[in-house]
Design a protein around this ligand. Structure first.
Ligand code: SF4
Length: 198
């Protein structure tokens, strides 16, 4: 089912499917899996460049030389602007915590109060993928990825839906008022489902 909230069209699964990242199980694999970088908005390239000095010591030698050679971003085979990657898969901003998990170096620096920008909005919104249309409409879709299977299980255990787990990035992207409208649509969907089940 396709829903519309303001200028955003979205698949109903974003309101009905469970999700909560489980780093202990997945080890942050999304930073190093896949054959392309993370989608970027043009203005986010400057944000990544601004935090480079802060995160530089946390990056691998391969990532540092890739950034020296081609910068923090490139245009992939589908014509999308994405973060640069090393060995054909790892985002250049990948770093490893003491626990062996992959983290985004920028997000880690932000959480530690070392910089003022966390990470590209496409990373913050995952597993929601965003598509911008020329008409000003935005499309949101649930992107299913096998490596995130533990997140589905944890979300179910915690009774947390995708839109609830992603409250902060959704508010960052679309604003508080839009998110409240989204919650109202979710509540209506749930009430209808309950009524149908009676
Ligand atoms: S998006 Fe998927 S792979 Fe990345 S941290 Fe969440 S569950 Fe793990």
């Amino acid at each position: 089912m396709i829903l519309q909230v303001g200028d955003v069209i979205l698949t109903h699964e974003i309101l009905t499917e469970y999700f909560c990242c489980d780093l202990e199980a997945c080890r942050g694999a999304c930073c190093v899996e896949g054959d392309s970088g993370a989608p970027l908005q043009l203005e986010e390239v400057a944000e990544m460049e601004n935090v480079l000095d802060t995160v530089w010591p946390d990056l691998s030698a391969e990532a540092q030389s890739t950034i020296d050679r081609q910068g923090v971003a490139y245009t992939d085979s589908e014509g999308d602007l994405v973060t640069s990657i090393v060995r054909g898969r790892d985002c250049v901003f990948t770093c490893y915590g003491a626990d062996g998990c992959c983290y985004c170096a920028s997000d880690k620096a932000f959480r530690e109060g070392r910089c003022g920008w966390d990470k590209p909005i496409s990373c913050a919104l995952y597993p929601i993928r965003e598509k911008r249309f020329g008409s000003g409409l935005v499309g949101l879709q649930y992107h299913r990825w096998e490596i995130c299977r533990p997140a589905v299980d944890l979300g179910r255990k915690l009774n947390l839906k995708i839109y609830q787990f992603l409250k902060a990035p959704l508010v960052r992207r679309f604003g508080e008022a839009w998110y409240e409208e989204l919650c109202a649509v979710a509540a209506q969907l749930e009430a209808e489902a309950q009524k149908a089940a009676e």
